[in-house]
Write a protein of this length. Structure first.
Length: 187
């Protein structure tokens, strides 16, 4: 089972967040994040979406923490001070990954986590599309089950498989969606 730290940028968009959480809840992924990562995606979402409230996002945070056992990583601040990345604001993400012995940091900002900085810790940065594709190849039935659970949870408005796939395509899961279409077409 892969342990992955989910960067704030992949938790920010709800459809992508839901994909990753459904994978974690299916038991094929150990998803991890920190309170600092939570704070970052929530702060940015509140800044960009006036239709959302802090209370709504606090509830989302609580539900995420409840849904994924042992998701919160702590005790990494001392490590973060010694790490060097192109963006110093990202060192907390790498430090959390080191602390929880993650193999992967899932992020849209792969360039901010250079291979040479992560390799000594046995960690790789992956774009969410690459990350999800890995699981499609590994266990397509588990991915289809996670997709179906996500689609079934969308009640207002209800989502067809095609509409959800289109949404995920727009979220940056272009190759993953092209591989999922033939697998979930009949859902």
């Amino acid at each position: 089972m892969v342990t992955a730290v989910l960067d704030a940028c992949v938790l920010y968009p709800a459809p992508l967040r839901d994909v990753l959480l459904n994978l974690a809840c299916s038991g094929i992924l150990r998803a991890r994040w920190s309170d600092e990562i939570h704070d970052e995606w929530i702060r940015n979402l509140l800044q960009n979406r006036s239709d959302l409230t802090a209370a709504q996002l606090r509830r989302t945070r609580e539900l995420m923490n409840k849904a994924v056992p042992d998701c919160l990583v702590g005790g990494y601040h001392g490590i973060a001070k010694s790490l060097i990345l192109p963006d110093p604001d990202d060192t907390h993400v790498l430090a959390a990954a080191i602390c929880c012995r993650a193999q992967v940091i899932v992020t849209f900002n792969v360039k901010d986590f250079p291979r040479e900085s992560l390799a000594p810790y046995g960690i790789e940065a992956q774009h969410p599309d690459q990350f999800v594709r890995h699981f499609i190849a590994l266990d397509a039935s588990a991915i289809c089950g996670a997709f179906e659970r996500q689609r079934d949870s969308l009640k207002i408005p209800p989502q067809s498989a095609e509409r959800l796939l289109d949404t995920l395509d727009r979220q940056g899961l272009v190759i993953s969606v092209s591989e999922l279409r033939p697998l979930v077409g009949g859902l």
